[in-house]
Design a protein around this ligand. Structure first.
Ligand SMILES: Cc1cc2nc3c(=O)[nH]c(=O)nc-3n(C[C@H](O)[C@H](O)[C@H](O)COP(=O)(O)OP(=O)(O)OC[C@H]3O[C@@H](n4cnc5c(N)ncnc54)[C@H](O)[C@@H]3O)c2cc1C
Length: 353
């Protein structure tokens, strides 16, 4: 009976963390194998198609090395024609999320990364080599694993919210708040925790006014954060209120919101607004780990040492938003992908003595 080949390093996930880890691992001659996720309706609905969260957005203005400019000929020369043809034409205003992710993927492939377009649905980390179970069947064995499966922003699930995503509806104020469409406009933030308060306060740099919509009668955010928002002249908090509908049209995108009271039935209000920012948390993509790694109460993977990507299982590393509920940026995810590849390389070298 033939033994299944054992991979040096398998990377699960295809956002900035996964591709950056792959590029480093490939350049270190580790022949990484990336499971980039499956193209399924379920993943489309969850926002977890291959290429990760950044593929869900339009322009990316804050990724280092990509100032605004016409990247058309660069994209044509850097990407293979079959993948380039599947993308929207470049509009000359700077790099888009899908373009940036295709470039990261290609950079990893150029150094010999092998890519399989499938999900890993289950893992067994009880013995090294570890065993991974792809959705398409069979199993993969690996001496080291980098988990870079990211996280998904939580949405309310309103039809109007989906309709205006990237046209005024966002789940990331730090990413999108500075875009011209939001400058000197009334904006809405939904949520009541630390993230919501932080996002509302951050948006006051650009907005004429920020409406914070919270379904309870007091903010869940820490006292100091809540105080900062409540004392900010530009922030108006609407307690006991939920977002019922995002209003807008095809030309302008978001033009306002319809709000409902949680305490007074039939009480509705509308507000004019150019943007709606959801800040109701993220869900890390860790369900497939099923108790194999230590997770935080919010299901993020726990990094065991300060500024290291090791998990509680030796030889298994984590990178990006799957272990980071704080920074949640493409560049920080890519940075920790680099760290995970270097950590895996050193760990493999130690095993070989
Ligand atoms: C709408 C939007 C706009 C944003 N804009 C910006 C911005 O302008 N600038 C910025 O810095 N950040 C931005 N962000 C945040 C940024 O996208 C994330 O911080 C970053 O993508 C996290 O990268 P990651 O590699 O950890 O994982 P992700 O990007 O989350 O990618 C992980 C991917 O791995 C794959 N995967 C998941 N589970 C499995 C599995 N079991 N098996 C195989 N594959 C799997 C899926 O394809 C998943 O999407 C934005 C986020 C959103 C949602």
């Amino acid at each position: 009976m033939s033994e299944t080949a054992v991979e040096s390093v398998v990377i699960i996930g295809s956002g900035p963390a996964g591709w950056c880890a792959a590029t480093y691992a490939a350049r270190a001659q580790l022949q990484p194998l990336v499971y980039e996720g499956a193209i399924t309706e379920e993943n489309r609905m969850a926002g977890t198609l291959p290429l990760g969260q950044l593929a869900l957005t339009s322009e990316v203005e804050n990724y280092a090395g990509f100032p605004a400019g016409d990247l058309s000929s660069f994209l044509d020369s850097a990407l293979p024609q079959d993948r380039r043809m599947m993308m929207a034409p470049h509009d000359g205003h700077g790099v888009t999320g899908p373009e940036l992710m295709e470039l990261m993927r290609q950079q990893a492939v150029n150094f010999g990364t092998r890519v399989i377009t499938d999900d890993i649905t289950r893992v067994d980390f009880s013995n090294c080599p570890f065993t991974l179970f792809p959705a398409g069947g069979g199993e993969v064995r690996a001496r080291s694993v980098i988990v870079a499966t990211g996280a998904s922003a939580n949405w309310l699930g309103l039809e109007s919210e989906t309709r205006f995503k990237n046209r005024g509806v966002s789940a990331c104020a730090v990413c999108d708040g500075a875009l011209p469409r939001f400058r000197n406009q009334e904006l809405v933030v939904v949520g009541g925790g630390d993230s919501a308060v932080e996002e509302a306060t951050y948006l006051t740099k650009f907005a004429s006014r920020v409406h914070l919509i919270h379904r309870r009668d007091e903010l869940r955010a820490s006292k100091i954060m809540a105080k900062r928002a409540l004392e900010n002249d530009k922030v108006k908090v609407h307690f006991n209120t939920t977002l019922a509908e995002v209003l807008g049209d095809d030309q302008q995108g978001v033009t306002g919101v319809r709000l409902e009271s949680t305490t007074e039935p039939d009480k509705e209000t509308t507000l004019a607004a150019a943007g709606v920012f959801l800040a109701i948390g993220h869900t890390p993509n860790t369900a497939f780990l099923e108790g194999q790694l230590e997770l935080t109460p919010k299901q993020y993977i726990v990094w065991q040492k300060h500024f290291r990507t090791a998990t509680n299982v030796e030889g298994v590393f984590a990178a990006g938003d799957v272990a980071d509920d704080y920074y949640r940026q493409a560049i920080s995810a890519a940075g920790s992908g680099c760290m995970a590849a270097l950590d895996a390389e050193r760990w493999l070298a130690e095993q070989e003595g």
